[in-house]
Ligand binder design. Structure first.
Ligand code: UDP
Length: 482
């Protein structure tokens, strides 16, 4: 483990530890928070890195040479006797076991670090509550998904207690107090079957949420106004022994490592007309079935529009197939793309294997739309840069995000699955790609995304006393006063 002697408690700058769970969708936002705390809020930060099963993308991100001097990565060595899991264990269950195994030494790690003033955890690291109670270290959670899912998580223990059937069999949408109704088919995947281990882990972590000393949310007032108002004002949330929740987002990557293939992709973008390119990237874990991948290729080709495609080998069983090895560039697209596709699209398309510098692409003026699985970080990144989306949910709570983006916020178009074929057809793909790049409807979505981009910048602005900036200031003040 890395050795680091943090300043002792006499310093006015609090020392806090930050603990992400595995998976880039968790590692990245906690990393963004750690950087913010170190650069803008005068904190000394120890970022606790679970090294077991680290993906190439994780290793690359955390080995950045340009860290702020007050941010240190503390490697947690892989657990000695990890739980042996069958190969077909679902990604979320695997994630929860990795955390469980690798936090066995958390107490001694925190003691070695001289007992930080606070520990900020990812929501799937709630084992830390028990340990920190013993050490009298307050624990704050950083919820890496939407405030809507956060509110659902707070309500889930009530649903579990009161509802006997499967939630997906309910005749009506789920009504979380004060929030917009959630269609049962849009519920987070982990609660769609209450008999399996995924559900038990999700319920366990959700039940422990109110043990936090404070809950940080990666969102902002203008993006989720109804939910944030509900959490603040609805009596349901007042009777939970839950402390204050702080919207501090959107915290997204400010810099990211650029590999040679990333640099080539950005150079290619430099030569495209403004707002003309569809960026296709399905998060850190997303994979398509072979049949769907073929339709996507044909749909892009038929649309005639420019595209960047972060392509991964198809997987017919698991849409999260790349979750624990993302950034691994061993696949050869020629072996699974339609014959001649690369040749025919070489003037308009650019392919990357496995991983792209997503924020750099989204920020680029040639990018016109983001074809995304609607993971929360990808959603925040797209809105930060004012880019409308093609919503292509694959796993976790992405269906919920996709519906909100398309139906409530109006910044996304959602392709329809062909019920006979069980895939989104090439004709439908052509339609949505053309709609978002070429039509008035697409322009409208871009305008709304831009408005959100502006409100995000204001929320984070120090000089304008932005709501999210001020929320984080209040949290740090608690640490200073503790
Ligand atoms: N990401 C990236 N390049 C890629 C794919 C993903 O940089 O090719 C980053 C993306 O910018 C985001 C994170 O990985 O910060 C994915 O998080 P998200 O919550 O969107 O989805 P998840 O991977 O957790 O499903």
């Amino acid at each position: 483990m890395a050795t680091y002697s943090p300043p002792r408690s006499e310093t006015p700058n609090p020392h806090v530890a930050v603990l992400p769970s595995p998976g880039m969708g968790h590692i990245i936002p906690l990393w963004n928070l750690a950087n913010r705390l170190a650069t803008d809020h005068g904190c000394h930060v120890s970022y606790l890195n679970i090294t077991a099963e680290a993906s190439p993308a994780q290793i690359q991100l955390l080995s950045s040479p340009n860290l702020p001097p007050t941010l240190h990565v503390i490697d947690i060595p892989p657990a000695k006797e990890p739980t042996q899991l069958p190969d077909d264990t679902l990604a979320f269950t695997r994630l929860c076991h990795i955390v469980d195994d690798n936090l066995r030494e958390l107490k001694s790690i925190l003691l070695d670090l001289g007992k930080p003033k606070a520990l900020v955890i990812d929501i799937f690291c709630t084992q830390a509550f028990e340990v920190c109670k013993e050490l009298s270290i307050p624990v704050y959670t950083f919820y890496t998904a939407s405030a809507a899912l956060f509110a659902f998580s707070l309500y889930l223990p009530v649903m579990d207690h009161e509802i006997e059937c499967e939630f997906v069999d309910l005749p009506e949408p789920v009504r979380v107090p004060g929030c917009s109704p959630i269609r049962t088919e849009d519920l987070i995947v982990q609660v769609k079957n209450r008999k399996i281990e995924e559900y038990k882990w999700f319920l366990l972590h959700s039940t422990r949420l109110p043990m936090a000393a404070g809950m940080l949310l990666n969102t902002w007032k203008e993006f989720e106004p109804i939910t944030l108002k509900a959490i603040k004002e609805n009596p349901f949330y007042h009777q939970i022994p839950a402390p204050l929740s702080y919207p501090i987002g959107p915290l997204i990557k400010e810099t990211e490592p650029i590999t040679q293939s990333g640099a080539d992709c950005l150079a290619w973008l430099d030569n495209q007309p403004p707002e003309s390119v569809v960026f296709v990237a399905l998060g850190s874990g997303g994979s398509l079935t072979a049949a769907q991948l073929t339709e996507v290729a044909w749909g892009l080709e038929l649309s005639g529009q420019r595209f960047i495609w972060v392509i991964r080998a198809p997987n017919d069983v698991d849409p999260t197939a790349a979750f624990f090895n993302v950034g691994d560039k061993t696949n050869n697209p020629k072996t699974f793309l339609p014959e001649g596709f690369l040749e025919r699209t070489k003037e308009v398309g650019h392919l990357l294997s496995s991983w792209a510098p997503q924020c750099e692409v989204l920020r680029h003026q040639s990018t016109g739309a983001f074809w995304s699985h609607c993971g929360w970080n990808s959603t925040l990144e797209s809105m930060t840069y004012g880019v409308p989306m093609i919503a292509w949910p694959l796993y976790a709570e992405q269906r919920m995000n996709a519906s909100v983006l398309a139906e409530d916020v109006g910044v996304a178009v959602k392709p329809a699955v062909n019920p006979e074929k069980g895939v989104v057809s090439r004709e439908e793909i052509k339609r949505v790609v053309t709609t978002i790049i070429k039509s008035e409807k697409g322009k409208d979505m871009r305008r709304k995304a831009r408005e959100l981009s502006e409100s995000a910048a204001t929320a984070l602005s120090r000089s304008e006393n932005g709501s999210s900036y001020e929320s984080l200031v209040r949290v740090v003040q608690e640490w200073k006063g503790n």
